[in-house]
Design a protein around this ligand. Structure first.
Ligand code: ADP
Ligand code: MG
Ligand code: ZN
Length: 473
């Protein structure tokens, strides 16, 4: 029997606001435990929450970027449950009336373009953190994270493969980063994803029973967890078994998903509108302002990079992986005006050392890289030397021209000097010289290689070719 995979994702994006969602406590990461809390985020009786305007603005921006319907009137609800990291006994979230609904996000997998539906985007507060590894016989509670603002983005069950799910997740990740509303750090959990997955016989209309996967802190882990779960469910169904609706944890070391807890339908959160918060009203003016201030989004930028710089899809995708990288590329290109060579260098050299998400930590200034590419183009250094200079720039930053000077790496283009070396090499390899004269063109590579070795890569390769041809003739 053939099965079709069905996947829907729930993503939590932690917002980059300075203060929490309902109080003025700092959201800064890494402070000593329980130093960033107050009566409001601790849920003390009598304290009252006040909504952070930036949270609403972030949600509207994401709603606009995903072609969502913005609910001009939306409201907060209490989601009631007990857990030690939730001092109030309820989480303030949104339920019947979220801020955004019916959004869309475009993805491309292989040759196929597809639009994934976004069911809803809502604002909510994060819970605290339990610390289990400080003491053998005790768990501690750190409430610094309590009240940190989150957006939850729920997709329709529109994805049909792990690849599509990862493409969706990457696109959403790029958008929140372009909008500058979330730092997107998956390892630290500021961008996290729960994946719902089920299988159904191909052609069947109803969805199969799903499992929900948690604990995947990278795109790769999302891919691997979904692939594993797809296989597990298929084997189970082929064996005549049934998938049980449950939450499963991805175990990256074992490479499998494991039961965490059973059926969740027993949960009754007793949602009700939060009486301490007034409904949120979005004015047309606010929406228009935020719309006008939206940055160029990944898809638009990709199209523009292809049009303006004549780049192919591959390069454009690569460069648009993050806003910082695309900015870096454009700044560097303004110096060298060599878009294709620059994109190629970034793809093969720079991204191997600095991740697209990590450009803020890149020790190389874009202008310096642009200059390096220019130097190669003008023949001041060879492509090989450029890599040496680049390695130095990675380590210490700095100006490529200064590095070339300092290390004596300038290209050797002096004809007399090179001719002398060329003659030496030919004299030392009479056999190869003979072969070349008998028409074995390939031997030229051997000779140029010898010269490069002697000059530590500094000989001008074009001139080297010419000189060998001349001297061997
Ligand atoms: P819950 O309230 O348990 O979180 P939802 O109905 O809100 O459930 O769905 C959560 C996510 O699961 C959504 O992203 C949705 O698209 C996805 N989903 C729902 N049913 C299925 C299914 N049968 N297979 C795969 N994904 C599903
Ligand atoms: Mg859910
Ligand atoms: Zn507080």
């Amino acid at each position: 029997m053939e099965f079709e995979t069905v996947i829907g994702l729930e993503v939590h994006a932690q917002l980059k606001t300075k203060s929490k969602i309902f109080c003025s406590c700092s959201t800064e990461f890494g402070a000593p435990p329980n130093t960033h809390c107050c009566p409001v985020c601790l849920g003390m009786p009598g304290s009252l929450p006040v909504l952070n305007r930036k949270v609403v603005e972030s949600a509207v921006k994401l709603g606009l970027a995903t072609r969502s319907t913005l609910n001009r009137d939306n409201r907060f609800a209490r989601k009631n449950y007990f857990y030690p990291d939730l001092p109030k006994g309820y989480q303030i979230s949104q339920f019947e009336l979220p801020i955004c609904e019916h959004g869309e996000l475009d993805i491309v997998v292989g040759e196929e373009a597809k639009t994934i539906g976004i069911t809803r985007i809502h604002m909510e507060e994060d819970a605290g953190k339990l610390v289990h590894d400080e003491h053998e016989n005790a768990s501690y509670v750190d409430l610094n994270r309590t009240g940190t603002p989150l957006l939850e983005i729920v997709s329709e069950p529109d994805m049909r493969s792990p690849e599509e799910a990862v493409a969706y997740l990457k696109k959403l990740h790029a958008i929140v980063r372009y909008l500058d509303i979330c730092d997107g750090n998956m390892q630290e959990g500021s961008f996290r994803c729960d994946a719902n997955i089920s299988l159904r016989p191909r052609g069947q209309k109803e969805f199969g029973t799903r499992t929900e996967l948690k604990n995947m802190n990278s795109f790769r882990n999302v891919q691997l967890a979904l692939e594993f779960e797809e296989r597990r469910q298929r084997d189970l169904l082929l064996d005549g078994g049934e998938v049980i609706q449950e939450t499963r944890l991805w175990n990256p070391d074992a490479g499998r998903t494991e039961t965490m807890r059973g059926k969740e339908e027993a949960h009754d959160y007793r949602y009700f509108p939060d009486p301490d918060l007034v409904p949120v009203q979005l004015s047309e003016e606010l929406i228009a302002d935020l719309q006008a201030g939206l940055p160029e989004l990944p898809d638009a930028r990709r199209t523009r990079l292809m049009q303006d710089y004549g780049l192919g899809e591959y390069d454009a995708d690569l460069l648009c992986a993050s806003r910082e990288l695309a900015d870096f590329f454009e700044a560097a290109n303004s110096v060298c005006q060599q878009p294709k060579k620059l994109a190629n260098f970034i793809g093969t050299e720079l991204l191997r050392e600095v991740g697209a998400e990590n450009m803020a930590a890149c020790p190389i200034q874009p202008e310096a890289l642009g200059k390096l590419i220019s130097m190669v183009e003008k023949g001041a250094i060879s492509g090989k030397i450029a890599k040496t200079v680049f390695a130095e720039m990675l380590e210490k930053g700095g100006d490529p021209e200064a590095i070339v000077q300092q290390k004596g790496l300038s290209q050797m283009s002096n004809e007399d000097e090179l001719t002398a070396l060329v003659r030496e090499i030919i004299a030392a390899s009479p056999e190869q010289a003979q072969q070349f004269r008998e028409g074995k063109e390939k031997v030229l590579g051997f000779f140029v290689g010898q010269l490069m070795k002697k000059t530590r890569g500094k000989a001008n390769p074009q001139l080297a070719n010419e000189l060998f041809r001349k001297e061997l003739a």
